[in-house]
Design a binder for this molecule. Structure first.
Ligand SMILES: CC(C)(COP(=O)(O)OP(=O)(O)OC[C@H]1O[C@@H](n2cnc3c(N)ncnc32)[C@H](O)[C@@H]1OP(=O)(O)O)[C@@H](O)C(=O)NCCC(=O)NCCSC(=O)c1ccc(O)cc1
Length: 139
């Protein structure tokens, strides 16, 4: 089952015509990524400031299918497609009233903030992510 969360399209997320400004989508995606980790009890603040681990994105494949406008509510569904030694593959599908607006395939890699190299997923984080693991049928 995916992690789900909803976010409204606010005034500052749109251009002057009221249509979604795509850099705002990326900012929302980071918030959604952060909320998914918090949902299983491991906050980014703890990961970064106490455990000294980072979560950079290494690949992002975005597809925009329909415009969203000011006042729409975006429903995010985050599917964990694979968990590697240090990598995490996510597929996020964003809908408004059931219509797909945009999708993104993303790879995040856990790193050490000491040497900025990859670092294996800690067991508790891996267990939390596994809650949303749903391998893609076309993978
Ligand atoms: C992440 C890296 C340190 C990984 O480098 P290495 O330590 O050499 O990686 P490794 O070869 O050990 O590979 C580790 C895993 O990552 C995978 N990997 C590494 N690079 C890639 C790329 N480019 N594509 C796909 N997969 C990759 C690799 O296949 C391994 O997978 P698993 O075996 O399944 O674990 C390095 O690629 C890097 O620094 N990349 C730049 C990241 C970056 O600057 N992103 C831009 C946005 S910043 C950001 O998103 C962010 C920053 C800080 C935050 O707190 C939050 C978000």
């Amino acid at each position: 089952m995916p992690f789900t969360i909803s976010k409204p399209m606010r005034f500052g997320d749109c251009d002057l015509t009221g249509i979604a400004y795509h850099p705002a989508y990326l900012s929302m995606l980071v918030d959604v990524n952060e909320a998914m980790f918090a949902s299983f009890g491991v906050t980014w603040k703890e990961i970064m400031f106490e455990r000294k681990l980072g979560l950079p994105t290494v690949t992002l494949n975005l597809e925009f299918k329909k415009p969203a406008v000011y006042g729409d509510v975006l429903d995010f569904a985050v599917h964990v497609r694979a968990i590697g030694r240090a990598s995490l593959d996510l597929e996020t599908i964003v809908t408004v009233r059931g219509d797909i607006i945009w999708t993104v395939r993303q790879r995040i890699v856990m790193t050490s903030l000491e040497d900025h190299k990859s670092h294996p997923w800690p067991d508790d984080v891996r267990a939390g992510l596994t809650r949303y693991l749903e391998p893609s049928h076309d993978a």
